[in-house]
Design a protein around this ligand. Sequence first.
Ligand SMILES: Nc1ncnc2c1ncn2[C@@H]1O[C@H](COP(=O)(O)OP(=O)(O)OP(=O)(O)O)[C@@H](O)[C@H]1O
Ligand SMILES: [Mg+2]
Length: 470
Amino acid sequence: MTDATVLIVDDEKPTRDGLRLALEDEFDCYVASNIAEALNILRSEKVDVMLTDLRMGADNGMDLLEKALALPSPPIAIMMTAYGSVDTAVEAMHRGAWHFVTKPLNLDEVELMIKRALKSKITEKKNIVLEKENQELRQQRGKPNHGLDRLIGSSPAMAQIHSMITQIAPTKATVLIEGESGTGKELVAGAIHSLSGRPHNKLVTINCAALSPQLLESELFGHEKGAFTGATQRRIGRFEQADGGTLFLDEIGEIDQATQVKLLRALSEKTIERVGSNTVVKIDVRVVTATNKNLRKMVAKGGFREDLFFRLNVVQINMPPLRDRKEDIILLANAFLKEFATENNRETKPLTDDAAALIQNYDWPGNVRELRTAIEHGVVMSNKSVIDSIHLPQFLKELADISPNTEIVSSEAKNTLAQTPNLNLSALEQDTILKALQHTKNNKTVAAELLGISRRTLQRKIKEIDQEKM
Ligand SMILES: Nc1ncnc2c1ncn2[C@@H]1O[C@H](COP(=O)(O)OP(=O)(O)OP(=O)(O)O)[C@@H](O)[C@H]1O
Ligand SMILES: [Mg+2]
């Protein structure tokens, strides 16, 4: 038994008694049948979790919620609601309830919900302490370290990228940055420029995929007045704009063959010619390029000039996908929590353990960009002092949501699962259990939550499946 206390508030005696019976093995339980009784207990006892009905005869659970949360040490509130009044439950959450359960109650689910609520409170406290320590650390550290500070990550892979950037930034070597979309290639380009020793000069960026071949050429090298239809004025190109600084060519894999030839010439001769001009202009530009393609493979297939590839690929930086450096996820998430809190004029809220587990178990095909968007979603959606799994985008919640609406486990399957032990497990039940285990990568605790049963029940059912198979 934990030393946590739970207050059960319901006007129906059978519900009160049923809940007390189910919960008293694990928690110290108090019961109340109306608001006045509940408030008396809340004022005189330490109550960790209050489990209250929304409709209790003349009393309204919402009133109790408001009064309870206004107490000096308020309980975590979980609302019980009849099937079909989920709207009211959601409103209760907006008013500060932690979560809700629907009636008829699934006792396993209620127990799990209380445990999660208790855990989230502990996380909250822990995170407040952590955040304070972090703040102090940051103050001690003082000035930010230019571009590298923005490139968050302490995984071995990111540490290696940091040291590589520090080493090559002050040189003039061209750099090719390869990596999946959203891995931070543009940030790396920015960091290289910041540490290049030429940061007072410009970083000029051009996205090669966004322009037609003719426009790209004139954007890169500029043009003279009358060079082509529409060239009404002389125009300086990006190479000249970046003179003395860095030119970042993003999506370099997209440039056409003719521009590849001109780019190669510019790089090897360190000169350019504006379109429509014979004058040669000397340029002093550090070139950094990026692509989410594999340029070497493109060369092998004839889609990219080999000589240009060697010019661009003097130094290559490979950005690892986020799924290969899961250690960085929480660090990144915390930075984004702060960023979006500031942007939305809110205080920075920590993630609960559940939310943290959720983001760590996901594969992030859209890499850091996708994580950043998910955290922004959480910051905007959270109406509490923490960001919990329910505030994160739907695709993540599906992994471990204990709400009865989860799409992975149908309600039909849940009903079967919640029934008494059955040695002859139905095919539907077996299938659902196996799916849940597969989905959670064999994490039985999360799988049990997903299935709406206790871990113990799940263990037993797994054993039964094993026996049936023998
Ligand atoms: N290590 C990191 N630390 C902090 N923020 C990051 C990091 N990596 C990426 N980001 C953020 O993720 C988003 C995507 O990063 P970026 O634009 O650099 O990716 P990319 O690799 O250039 O993607 P694409 O190939 O789609 O252009 C940006 O908002 C960026 O600030
Ligand atoms: Mg980019």
